[in-house]
Write a protein that binds this ligand. Structure first.
Ligand code: NAG
Ligand code: NAG
Ligand code: NAG
Ligand code: NAG
Ligand code: NAG
Ligand code: NAG
Ligand code: NAG
Ligand code: NAG
Length: 785
């Protein structure tokens, strides 16, 4: 309660301070801002502010925002893709060298970032009433201004000059870089593209049609709301929107929105009805290419664009429309006798034309037939007697108005694949029903939680008193099937004979061998003592107990107990007599045969599948590699080291976090700051599978140049067709089986996460129960999302 009062006092004093600052604002060196006190510098009218603003998911960012309106709309952000800063960051206008610096981290070892990259000393700064934040030199010359580095918004008097781009945000609230861009090209054309595409016509989805009008054309927004292009001589040659007589107190901004359209907004300060759209680049919300993910297409209705999967496909993630769709892996080798295929028609649907073959002058039926008998053909576009055969994935799919384009999609005949409800009303009902289900499940969930909590309290009481009642009998014994138990440090010292015999080193500590008395005699255990200095060690310790305490599976290393008492934190595991897979696989003397290696691959796959699909909380291991796979005395593989693992909340399917895992095994999306899903583990598994196939490390500098990178060597051999045998050296492996397993691995290591199979499919493929299609080049189809 007291905290609340203090909080309110703080709030009211800070808003008082804000009010007092409304004066012509020349900011002098020596001034500073913090997220909680003196958080921003206001413009003279108090409309715009430069400083810290709160990010919706916690933390703060530095930017320019409209402090004078309740919406506090952000118009510029410094390094929008950086992680949020904490409440004890400081923004300094340094007295010594007149630079603007953001300091984060612990005092004494701060990280400093220069906000304005300027060479000379700034004498003062000013937040102007136009929304421009400017640094001046002593003569009043402008050294730096935020208007020159737009993010997604253009304000009146701000121009977008040649070669500059605006990038959309991820969403209305997440202001980091999204998937669309608007570029003022040096050929005079203003064009919209998806992010990460070349500046060429096939990728554009909107343009001003002013190609060739000069190399210094600028996009301008005036205070009257006119939006136009100017050439180098200042000639207004293209009006996107004509100006109107705006009343005083109207704020204007142009923004490329998360959905790829750019819009002009106006805001009447006297009329608190919020922002209204006064102009937009297009009325068709399906125009932006890539709004829907791979293998899906956009359907426009007046309100919201919707994404639908192609027939025979299902959403990769139910709640995420841009995640795209994937096909059942059962639609594999089309030569299979017991599978019948047919082509399903979709009218007026187009996608990026990446046809590998074009058949002219044939009928629609002939086109269908041609695709049906061609195992590479997964879909075809038929227009005016021309048949364009395509492979998956299909990108930039959308429904277009009237056209004579017919899309043909190959589907399995048995699967009664009907395209889900296209009419918006039906969809709406579905959503309402889904919502009701969610609400009901929540209520039930809450009830169950309450019951569990009550039981938990009762059990806890019982346990605590039970422990007190049973005197310590000198032996450390426990039965096999209980949750991890807590040890005292003294017990552990006794068990490990004073941490004498070292048997390995993990990511966060040294592992010692120990002995414990069980019902059926003495048993060995492995005790991992975590480095005490590491601050991350604490987190890993907690994660490990949380993850592995909940997970019980034949292919996961069992956590028997832990100790949080004494100088070190210790985790106690079952002892694996055969060491790690890395020891065995990369030591020529210990060679395993093909059958054993494939058994290990299936073991690992089962362990990962359990983490992904069968635990109450979905777990991403994040560090699958041979060093973390341990072998028991029966040759059964168990996944260990959950220190990096990521627990997903219920209904969360992706996460943004810093890179976890080990070089060579981490999936490409970690490096691209893309959301990370369970498919990151699939990637790491794919690399381990390749190592299992070839009995070598994924990077081996001692080999000839074309073999150094394992993935590249395997893919080249795979493309070469008959050279697969070289991958397994002298070993006799049935060629068909070898090819199958290589195909599985190549599917797993595709760059595009949504194309990688789920762990369930991987296991089915490894077990040989489903057919496996030919994988695409692992580096193709780099996601634009
Ligand atoms: C806030 O800034 C003003 C002017 O820069 C300064 O006078 C005042 O002391 C600051 N307040 C706090 C709490 O730092
Ligand atoms: C900064 O804040 C974090 C938590 O918000 C805290 O753990 C840390 O100690 C703080 N650092 C300093 C230097 O105050
Ligand atoms: C826009 O810029 C022009 C010249 O650069 C200036 O005269 C005018 O006052 C500015 N308008 C606003 C609203 O700042
Ligand atoms: C700008 O457009 C005007 C009118 O079309 C033309 O006369 C002028 O040469 C153009 N300037 C440049 C630099 O292209
Ligand atoms: C804008 O205002 C000017 C003068 O105030 C007037 O001449 C003009 O007709 C007005 N334009 C419109 C579109 O209302
Ligand atoms: C407020 O804005 C709405 C929509 O822009 C408009 O219909 C309404 O007339 C405005 N009211 C006033 C008082 O200006
Ligand atoms: C958006 O643009 C389309 C076509 O240019 C137009 O029909 C529609 O009215 C515009 N919508 C708004 C809100 O301006
Ligand atoms: C494949 O799709 C069909 C229908 O589209 C569905 O019944 C079946 O369960 C799916 N199989 C898998 C393995 O997802």
């Amino acid at each position: 309660m007291h905290y609340f009062i203090i909080f309110f006092v703080l709030l009211s004093t800070s808003s008082l301070a804000t009010a007092q600052q409304r004066r012509p604002s020349n900011i002098r060196p020596g001034s500073s801002l913090t997220p909680t006190k003196n958080s921003s510098w206001l413009s003279s009218s108090g409309l715009y502010a430069f400083g810290f603003y709160q990010r919706p998911n916690g933390g703060y960012a530095v930017g320019v925002f409209l402090a004078g309106i309740p919406e506090k709309t952000v118009t510029w952000t410094f390094r929008r893709d950086d992680p949020p800063v904490s409440a004890n960051a400081t923004l300094l206008f340094t007295a010594a060298d007149g630079r603007l610096v953001l300091q984060t981290g612990q005092s004494g070892q701060e990280d400093t970032t220069y906000i304005a990259d300027i060479a000379s000393t700034a004498s003062y700064a000013s937040m102007l009433d136009t929304g421009n934040f400017v640094l001046y030199n002593s003569d009043g010359g402008r050294l730096w201004e935020s208007f020159k580095y737009p993010t997604d918004t253009l304000l009146p008097n701000q121009t977008l000059s040649a070669e500059m781009e605006l990038f959309s945000s991820v969403s209305e609230t997440d202001l980091s870089t999204g998937i669309f861009r608007l570029k003022m090209q040096s050929d005079g054309n203003l064009v919209q593209y998806p992010k990460n595409t070349p500046d060429t016509a096939p990728y554009s989805y909107w343009s001003s049609g002013t190609y060739g009008t000069g190399d210094k054309v600028t996009l301008n927004l005036d205070v009257d709301g006119s939006l136009y292009l100017l050439n180098a001589t200042g000639f207004k040659f293209r009006n996107l929107r004509r100006g109107v007589n705006t009343t005083r107190g109207t704020i204007l901004m142009m923004r490329i929105d998360w959905d790829g359209l750019f819009r002009l907004y106006s805001y009447r300060v006297s009329n608190s009805s919020g922002w209204s759209v006064v102009w937009n680049s297009t009325g068709n919300r399906c125009d932006p290419k890539g709004l829907c993910g791979l293998n899906s297409f956009c359907i426009s209705n007046d309100l919201e664009p919707g994404c639908r999967c192609l027939p025979g496909f299902a959403r990769v993630y139910q709640d995420n429309r841009i995640s795209g769709c994937e096909r059942n892996f059962t639609a594999e080798s089309c030569k299979s006798k017991d599978k019948k295929y047919t082509l399903e028609e979709l009218d007026n649907t187009v996608w990026e034309d990446i046809s590998y073959s074009v058949l002219p002058q044939i009928s629609k039926e002939e086109c269908s037939q041609a695709c049906l008998v061609d195992c590479n053909c997964e879909a075809a576009l038929f227009t005016d007697g021309e048949c364009r055969k395509q492979r998956l994935p299909l990108r930039y799919g959308r429904r277009v108005g009237d056209s004579n384009i017919i899309a043909l999609i190959k589907v399995e005949e048995t699967s009664k694949s009907s395209i889900d409800g296209v009419s918006p009303t039906r969809d709406g009902k579905k959503e309402i029903r889904a919502n009701i289900i969610v609400i009901i499940s929540c209520i039930f969930g809450a009830l169950i939680l309450v019951i569990v909590a009550i039981f938990g309290i009762i059990l806890h009481r019982y346990h605590v008193s039970a422990y007190r009642r049973i005197p310590y009998n000198g032996n450390t014994g426990f039965c096999g099937d209980i949750a991890p138990r807590s040890f005292s440090y003294a017990e552990l010292e006794r068990m490990t004979d004073g941490f004498r015999e070292e048997i390995g080193r993990g990511s966060s500590g040294i592992v010692y061998k120990g002995t414990v008395i069980m019902n059926d005699g003495e048993k060995f255990v492995a005790a991992k003592r975590l480095e005490k200095v590491l601050s991350t060690g604490e987190k890993e310790f907690q994660t490990e107990i949380k993850v592995i305490g909940r997970a019980h599976h034949r292919n996961l290393l069992r956590l028997l107990g832990y100790s949080i008492d004494g100088p070190n934190k210790v985790l106690v595991y079952e002892y694996m007599s055969n060491g790690s897979l890395a020891d065995i696989l990369f030591t020529p003397e210990k060679q395993l045969n093909w059958v054993e290696r494939m058994g290990i691959a299936r073991d690992i796959a089962r362990g990962i599948l359990y983490l992904h699909d069968e635990c109450e909380t979905q777990i991403i291991h994040c560090d699958i590699k041979p060093q973390n796979i341990l072998m028991d005395e029966n040759g059964c593989a168990k996944i260990s080291d959950f220190g990096m693992a990521k627990l997903m909340k219920q209904d969360q399917t992706k996460t943004f976090t810093g890179i976890r895992g080990t070089r060579g095994y981490v999936a490409p999306e970690w490096h691209r700051k893309l959301p990370v899903t369970v498919k990151a583990d699939v990637y790491s598994f794919g690399i381990v599978l390749l190592e299992l196939i070839c009995c070598r490390k994924n990077v081996d500098q001692s080999l000839p140049e074309d073999q150094v990178i394992l993935e590249e060597w395997v893919y080249q051999s795979f493309e070469g067709g008959d050279q697969l045998g070289q991958l397994v050296g002298d070993e006799e492996v049935e060629p068909k089986q070898l090819e199958r397993i290589i195909k599985v691995a190549l599917w797993c290591i595709l760059d595009e996460p949504s194309l990688r199979p789920s762990m369930k499919k991987v296991l089915l493929m490894l077990e040989g129960t489903v057919d496996i299609p030919t994988p695409p080049d692992p580096t193709s189809f780099i996601s634009t999302i």
